[in-house]
Design a protein around this ligand. Structure first.
Ligand SMILES: NC(=O)c1ccc[n+]([C@@H]2O[C@H](COP(=O)([O-])OP(=O)(O)OC[C@H]3O[C@@H](n4cnc5c(N)ncnc54)[C@H](OP(=O)(O)O)[C@@H]3O)[C@@H](O)[C@H]2O)c1
Length: 283
């Protein structure tokens, strides 16, 4: 099986390439400097001979996308279309990574894979357009939504919170946004498991199970960093206005994984305890 990973130097891409390397897979790891997904010719050349093409490349600056939606669209929607078209033409399967931001975040129930999408941010709109482009271009697609990612190879919530708590002795974190903190290493394993299982084309959710607020997660993070969890104080979204609205609920359901016979990631708190040493020490 020949793999091509685009966006291979990002937080998720780095863990995916590491996992494939560990497994002795034939993998071509391409960062933005190697292949820009907005360049269809470069993408087509890069995926020649591949069996699986994983698109981890994305414009992920959620707030900046509000003022630069066309630029975000060029990567997240048009770039995704280039990847899926080139993969299909090469006879490869597209694995495309998407986000909980395609939903409105208003539901108190977990979002099913086929729940109506209603993004509230420019980033979410561009990612939703990317999902549709991938579905249209590659009938064998796997669109895999994830959320609340943390990992050892990029800036992420736990590392920021641990640093701020240590430096300032206090940090305020919102109690009114809930989701499923998810380790990039777990998402990488799930992407590979979906391909290994030859999962039916469609949309899957790659998040931990359970739910937590950012506040609850921050307390676990600070405890794992060897600090007093009471350094984390509560605040609300209204007190922290940002350019892009954040979903109040990013809890995703995992029924499609069960139907495909692929094991879900597991409870967020258990996964965090396993991930914490490597993530907090990460470079
Ligand atoms: N992080 C989260 O919490 C989260 C949540 C839900 C979904 N996701 C999705 O998960 C996927 C991976 O995200 P991540 O957290 O690993 O983000 P990341 O660390 O920002 O990685 C994205 C990578 O894409 C690269 N990239 C940007 N524009 C590109 C282009 N035009 N051509 C090729 N590569 C380009 C970036 O390179 P540069 O750094 O050089 O720009 C970066 O290395 C994305 O699809 C994202 O939307 C992430």
């Amino acid at each position: 099986m020949r793999w091509v990973v685009l966006g291979a130097r990002g937080m998720l891409g780095t863990d995916l390439v590491g996992l494939l390397d560990e497994r002795g897979a034939d993998v071509r790891a391409l960062g933005r400097a190697d292949v820009d997904v907005t360049d269809p010719g470069a993408v087509a050349a890069a995926v020649a001979g591949a069996d699986v093409v994983v698109n981890c490349a994305a414009w992920t600056a959620v707030d900046a996308a509000e003022a630069q939606e066309p630029a975000a669209f060029a990567v997240n929607a048009v770039g995704a279309a280039h990847v899926a078209r080139a993969a299909r033409r090469a006879g490869a399967r597209t694995v495309h990574v998407s986000t909980d931001y395609v939903f409105d975040g208003a539901s108190t129930e977990p979002y099913a894979e086929d729940a109506p999408c209603a993004p509230r941010s420019a980033y979410g709109r561009t990612k939703l357009a990317g999902e549709w482009a991938v579905r249209a271009e590659d009938p064998r697609h796997l669109v895999v939504r994830t959320a609340w990612l943390y990992g050892a190879h990029g800036p992420c919530f736990p590392r920021t919170i641990a640093r701020v708590a240590a430096e300032r002795g206090a940090v305020a974190v919102v109690t009114d946004q809930v989701g499923q903190p998810t380790w990039t290493a777990d998402v990488a394993r799930l992407l590979v498991a979906l391909v290994d299982a030859d999962a039916p084309a469609g949309t899957y959710h790659a998040t931990s199970s359970g739910r937590a607020s950012w506040f609850e997660f921050a307390r676990e993070v600070v405890a794992a960093a060897g600090l007093d969890p009471a350094l984390v104080g509560p605040t609300t979204t209204a007190e922290f206005p940002r350019p892009a609205p954040r979903p109040a609920s990013s809890v995703l359901g995992h029924d499609a994984l069960a139907r495909a016979g692929v094991a879900p990631i597991g409870d967020w708190a258990e996964r965090w305890r396993l991930a914490a040493p490597g993530v907090l020490a990460g470079g």
